[in-house]
Design a protein around this ligand. Sequence first.
Ligand code: ADP
Ligand code: TRP
Length: 321
Amino acid sequence: MRTLSGIQPSGKLHLGNYFGSILPNFELSMKAEQSFFFIADLHALTTVNDPASLREARSDIILDYLACGFDPEKSVMYYQSHVPEHTELLWILSTVCPMGLLERAVSYKDKVQKGITASVGLFTYPVLMAADILLYDATTVPVGRDQKQHVEIARDLALKFNHHYGETLVVPEPLIRDEVAVVPGTDGQKMSKSYGNTIPLFGDEKMIKKAILGIVTDSKGVEEPKDPDTCTVYNIHKLFLSATEAKALADKYRAGGLGYGDAKKMLFEVYMDYFGAMRTKRTVLEKKQDEVREVIRKGAEKASRVASATMQKVRKAVGLM
Ligand code: ADP
Ligand code: TRP
């Protein structure tokens, strides 16, 4: 198994990203023979047009991932823009990509509806994503439901290319994390930076405390029995617990005597306990920017070796060599 995943550098990481994406990707990368992990900075240009924000988001996210335990010795970590083969393959794939395939892409329509400029780049976003995947012969691409169609487009393009030019590209499979629950935000709906209901992973402890104390609950008094299943504080807390611990906590909610204020304080402690070491690691890494730059440089070097070998095959197949 060769896994590959990418993340756009847009905004601060939150608890939903951690349990929905970072942790499962990290666990999968441990099982893979080889894994690639990159920051999709070229994709980000379709929505971020302020250079300073892009620069900051890009280096922030690499620190976040290193702090969360990604090991650059085990998983190749790089910036997409440092490997120019991504854009070369984008072009070649776009010549075998039927317009209709992109016209059916729902994420393009969604983004335009949300007010994002309908640029050519936004439209061909899935072809760049296909290039990201196909350059590395990835067999398995772990993604959330929203990205499944994009991986299917990558499959279609690999099949089309191979059909026309002969077996060249590995056909990837999406790995949908159905088992990963949607992490609720402080208002009970899905945690998302676009809803302003996130609990951040890093940054100021006071902000984290404020977010946790601000989780919306019903108005039951301390002594009243509470329903853990409909309580956002519980539903977030249980992410940190084993099944037995979660059951014991649910029993406490049902028994009455546990006020929401205390339940939130317990959650804050568990949160800081769980992320404490990662938060410290991030603070240390922030002061070692040279080391981080070296991780990125080495990552690009390793990624380039694989990408250039694939491009040689592709160039030969289409007649450019
Ligand atoms: P946001 O919704 O904050 O914009 P992104 O769309 O950038 O987050 O998500 C990045 C990754 O984190 C995706 O793989 C997505 O599935 C995962 N993710 C984001 N929010 C949640 C959540 N509330 N629960 C589970 N996974 C999430
Ligand atoms: N489009 C993905 C997202 O927004 C990010 C991404 C870009 C990606 N290229 C990829 C994910 C290749 C997996 C594989 O989440």
